[in-house]
Write a protein that binds this ligand. Structure first.
Ligand SMILES: C[S@@+](CC[C@H](N)C(=O)[O-])C[C@H]1O[C@@H](n2cnc3c(N)ncnc32)[C@H](O)[C@@H]1O
Length: 246
């Protein structure tokens, strides 16, 4: 987990900014792609991190012995913190997966001190050409994969994130686009994590007859290579981000 979120974390923090001191929260921390870069800011006195998934929280705890980091299991829609506790709250690639994003954003507002910073980012709808290439090819050859294909998620079109934070009462909401490069060393680097990973496609692929698996792999490889020699490829990928003041 976290290959691309680690890469997005830096431009996200540059856009959002980090307070010079105080206590901050990573809401939906996963395994810590944002929590750990936050800890590089030595002036911060406490870095809280919360995620629904206990195993991710455990993985984050295993990645750091920084005493300022306090990771715990919890729901971003009912943050387990007192009101007005933080100088900043961040959310990296979480809000488009949350069942009630408005509730989560209201919770971000509640736990911030007045005048403190909130920032969030989500992948933009259509912003990941490598996924488009992958899924277009899969669906052409295995139409039943429609049942597991990614759907358009809330907050992923321009303006939606900004409006959601404005609705929650945040001020000075600024939305931008952040673009990172998704780089693959070769086709296997592109194919393996998805085809043999723990995600829904991994299970779907595993259940296919061998000849379908071979045909699908060859088709995705042909799309990846696009008539050129097999080798490294880079796909610019775009996220939407907001920063604002409580
Ligand atoms: C794509 S991951 C991003 C994780 C991390 N921020 C990163 O960028 O690596 C989405 C995360 O949101 C968490 N999540 C989804 N809904 C949540 C909720 N209601 N409360 C807390 N965490 C939630 C998931 O458990 C997962 O760790």
């Amino acid at each position: 987990m976290g290959r691309w979120s680690q890469r997005l974390a830096m431009p996200f923090l540059e856009f959002a900014g980090v307070p010079s001191r105080g206590r901050v929260l990573d809401a939906g921390c996963g395994t810590g792609s944002l929590t750990l870069p936050l800890a590089a800011h030595q002036g911060l006195e406490a870095i809280d991190a919360v995620d629904f998934a206990e195993d991710f929280v455990a993985a984050l705890r295993g990645r750091t012995n920084d005493p300022r980091i306090r990771a715990r299991q919890g729901d971003v829609c009912a943050l387990p913190y007192e009101a007005a506790s933080f100088e900043a709250v961040y959310s990296l690639l979480v809000l488009h997966f949350v069942s009630d994003a408005d509730r989560a954003i209201a919770e971000m507002h509640r736990v911030l001190r007045p005048g403190a910073l909130a920032a969030a980012t989500v992948w933009a709808s259509g912003g990941m050409p490598s996924w488009r290439l992958f899924w277009d090819t899969v669906l052409l050859h295995e139409p039943t994969a429609e049942a597991i294909a990614p759907v358009r998620r809330p907050l992923t079109s321009a303006g939606e994130l900004r409006m959601a934070f404005e609705r929650a009462g945040f001020m000075h909401v600024v939305e931008t686009r952040l673009t990172i490069s998704m780089d693959y060393a070769d086709f296997d680097d592109f194919w393996h994590p998805t085809a043999y990973g723990q995600g829904r496609f991994g299970a779907f692929f595993d259940a296919l007859p061998e000849k379908n698996r071979d045909r699908l792999r060859d088709a995705v490889k042909a799309a990846y290579c696009a008539g050129e020699r097999e080798g490294p490829r880079s796909f610019p990928s775009t996220a939407l981000a907001v920063r604002c003041i409580a």
